[in-house]
Design a protein around this ligand. Sequence first.
Ligand code: SAM
Ligand code: SF4
Length: 335
Amino acid sequence: MHTINEQDILTYLLGVNDAELFERANDIKVQRFGDEIFLRAIIEFSNVCDKKCHYCGLRAPNGKTERYRMTKEDILDAAALATSEGAATIVLQSGDDFSYSTEDIGSLIQEIKSSHDVAVTLSLGDRGLDEYAYWHDCGADRCLLKLEVTNPRLYKRFRGGEDFSSRLHKIKFLQHLGYEVGSGVIVGLPDADLISTLRDILFITDLDLDMIAAGPFIPHPQTPLADMEHGCIDLSHRMTALLRILNPHANIPATSALGALDSDSQKLGLLRGCNVLMPSMTPERHRSDYTIYPGKNASNIDITDSLKLAKDMISALGLVPSSSKGFSRRNNVHE
Ligand code: SAM
Ligand code: SF4
């Protein structure tokens, strides 16, 4: 058991013992996951969104985004390409786009699961509890639903009036259904001070999640937070390292947001407790329109190169790109 108290967490968050913190986090990651880094191929199949999150470029009021929706055939082709390149997890992600019906998503899951030996992760936002139950029956393995910030007042403000408790309830319901569930926060949203960051860490840990993401906030020019500072890279590293110590079994990505700010800091994340990379496998013609924040998805990358670049990054660090589905290591059981 890795005991650590609130005072230790604050000391680490302040960066007083960086070297010790990062070494401790890496040791725990190696104990649970060895040198393997799990890969998740993300297919960002629609950038249409009903919501108004203040931080995100896909928010409904942003009239400058070129919107797209991929067809079922295009999504299945992208999934087939990703698996042929060696991906063992497909993440289906989109804006909160309710034009895809429960059955549309269900049949996508069924077709991907019956054609390929992969895990399927859903990152579709605030869909209904009954829909998530149906998709679990269709074979979906995991869900990602980030809390973004665990202070209910800030949550309401930054998510355009949405209710924190219903998001939290959804996360708990997904766990109850038997999904592997991921959540997390955006690091460095405006007015998030060190104490609220400490609370985020404790709150997220309390949820006993299978996956935890904590990537830096990156301001998008067509949002209400356009003029704000981006989240601190060092603080993001400290946060993921602390989350690793407190949640040894969880999958923790070196986020794409880190990579968008500075590719070296994404690499460093893999040496400081993170064990997952999530390359985008969205087709070239759409990838640069998935503009959550500036720098997300370089448009000049051929998607078959996307996974290869991620594998090369891992190998260059002396780590091993894993070909496994990469479930969390709750019981310290290797697949
Ligand atoms: N619409 C779904 C949802 O919100 O859960 C899934 C897609 S959403 C684009 C995926 C994630 O992008 C969000 O959970 C949020 O953490 C992240 N995100 C959005 N805008 C961001 C920004 N400006 N900086 C960092 N992360 C951001
Ligand atoms: Fe929509 Fe998700 Fe972006 Fe919020 S974070 S605006 S729900 S895509």
